[in-house]
Each structure stands twice: as C-alpha cells, then as structure tokens.
Design a protein around this ligand. Sequence first.
Ligand SMILES: [Mg+2]
Length: 145
Amino acid sequence: MAIASKLNHEGVRVYCICGDGELQEGQIWEAAMTSSHYKLDNLCLIVDNNNLQIDGNVNEVMSIYPLDEKFKSFGFEVITIDGHNMEKIIQAFEKAKTVKGKPTVIIAKTIKGKGVSFMENLASWHGKAPKEEEYNTAIKELSKK
Ligand SMILES: [Mg+2]
C-alpha cells in the first residue's frame, strides 16, 4: 500500500501495527528491508513492545533485541516511547510525518493487560477471554483510572 501510494503520487500515509512476538518472523524483516529500499517515508510501523507473546517472554522464546538497533540497521527512523502515554503517542505520529526518505518505526513500550490487576504482565491472557466475573472486575478496575 505504501509503495502504491508513492507510485500513484497519492500522498497517503500507511500505518502498520505489529506485536513484538511477530518480529521473530522472517517476512517482517523482508518487508522492513523493502520499506527502506523504496524510501517509504509514508510508512509508519508501530511495535507493541510488551515483551510478551503467546508462549511467554519474548526474550526467552527468541530475543528480538536490541530492537532499536535492528530497525536502525534496516534504515528506519526509530522513535521509542511509553506506549501508554497518549501525549507521547501523538508527538511520535507528528514527528514521523516529518521524516523524509525512510520509513519510521515507533517502538511503544507497553505492559500487557495494563490497568487490570490480575492480567498485567501475564502471557497467559494473550489469547483467552475473561469469564463474566473477571470481565466485570476488569471493567471496574479500568473505570477507576
Ligand atoms: Mg507482545
């Protein structure tokens, strides 16, 4: 989509969100290499960097670090932020729009399940739904914030 927008002079910006566990997949890095080769400054990748994936801690399953250095070596502008701070998120998107000649990655440092006491930092919540009582507790806790 980003390449097509460039070729057609559409001026469209493309946003892509990846989990950190996804970054263990080869096709991600093929796309990253392609993005910088074609100078896709209309592409902004956001990485949800909670350091957890379905099988556990990203570091233990297969480390992706140092993530900032990897993306820099692939030709990206790298912005690292607190992914829970809306002001920082908006600033990062604004900065990404000013980058010319290369794609941008926003590495958003996050906490899986943030704000829900029994879900925070637990990979076991990666792919399961809460029971009704758990759901009600989670909504109550999130409403206090
Ligand atoms: Mg993750």
